[in-house]
Design a protein around this ligand. Structure first.
Ligand code: AMP
Ligand code: MN
Ligand code: MN
Ligand code: MN
Length: 278
């Protein structure tokens, strides 16, 4: 691999729902041989400054990113923004609205868990969260801690999802809004982990089409823990829709030994890497 630049353009710190501080994330990325890392916390860029500082004076290049939650066609889709200006007011106002929705949602999640006899979930989840953002993964950590589920995966089967205790329907940003905030902030919008939405081929093409119309430019062709067949399919879609290709681990925590920073298969030859435009 000598001479090859290692890109990881999707990961999380404890500012959103990862477990490492931005500083520890940078240290781990360097250890793992990452050359270019985008920090893409959910619905906030509060970790970028600390990550930038930590990367300074090292050989690691830090890309300012974000992962915005979107409601599209009554499901949730994630849009990554790369190289965003974190000072941009349009972007920050949008992200602020997302996080205030999260506060109300967290209260409802806790109320709904209480109905099935699980008390103290709001404070319990908060213990795992930064003061920037409260997410379902923090509730999941609390539920595992309290013995209501054997692991995080188990939580997302039995709680917090449709028809299960603690489920609250999402009302995230529209696809157009999310892409336009990113674009307003000078960034490039990328569809995150498209294979994870379990959409039919037709629906995925509809999403990509709407995303392109909104001004989106990229798609994550390679994501952490992804099947080689999915990579091929996504590379083909990127080519057909003339979208740039990105790759990112979606790393959240060292506890998940399946997903590591920078451990990604290469982009297929047919792809135009998003960094070719940088
Ligand atoms: P939220 O944005 O608060 O609704 O939470 C979504 C986050 O929960 C994702 O970014 C993941 O980090 C986590 N998550 C969702 N489903 C699962 C799952 N099955 N296993 C592990 N983490 C999950
Ligand atoms: Mn997450
Ligand atoms: Mn995501
Ligand atoms: Mn992510």
């Amino acid at each position: 691999m000598t001479g090859m630049t290692c890109y990881d353009l999707h990961c999380h710190s404890n500012v959103s729902d990862g477990t490492l501080t931005p500083e520890a994330l940078i240290a781990r990325a360097i250890e793992q041989g990452v050359d270019v890392l985008a920090l893409t916390d959910h619905d906030g860029t509060e970790g970028i400054a600390a990550a930038k500082n930590a990367a300074q004076g090292t050989n690691l290049r830090l890309i300012a990113g974000v992962e915005i939650s979107v409601t599209w066609s009554s499901g949730t889709v994630h849009i990554v923004g790369l190289n965003v200006d974190v000072e941009n007011e349009t972007l920050q106002q949008g992200l602020l609205d997302m996080r205030s929705f999260r506060i109300g949602r967290a209260e409802k999640i806790a109320q709904r868990l209480e109905k099935v006899g699980i008390k103290g979930a709001l404070d319990g989840a908060r213990k795992y969260a930064s003061d920037v953002l409260l997410g379902r993964l923090h509730f999941a950590q609390f539920l595992v801690e309290q013995g209501h589920a054997k692991d995080i995966n188990d939580v997302f089967k039995r709680f917090l999802v449709r028809n299960k205790p603690g489920y609250v329907p999402s009302e995230w940003a529209s696809l157009n809004d999310a892409v336009s905030w990113i674009t307003a902030a000078g960034g490039q919008a990328v569809i995150a982990h498209p294979a994870r939405y379990k959409m039919t081929a037709t629906k995925l093409r509809r999403l990509i089409s709407a995303f392109k119309d909104a001004g989106g430019v990229g798609v994550e062709v390679v994501s952490g823990r992804q099947h080689p067949e999915e990579v091929k399919t996504l590379a083909k879609l990127a080519e057909q829709f003339e979208l740039l290709a990105s790759c990112g681990s979606d790393f959240h925590t060292p506890d998940n030994t399946w997903v590591e920073l920078g451990h990604l298969s290469p982009l297929p030859q047919s792809c135009v890497p998003i960094w070719s435009t940088w």
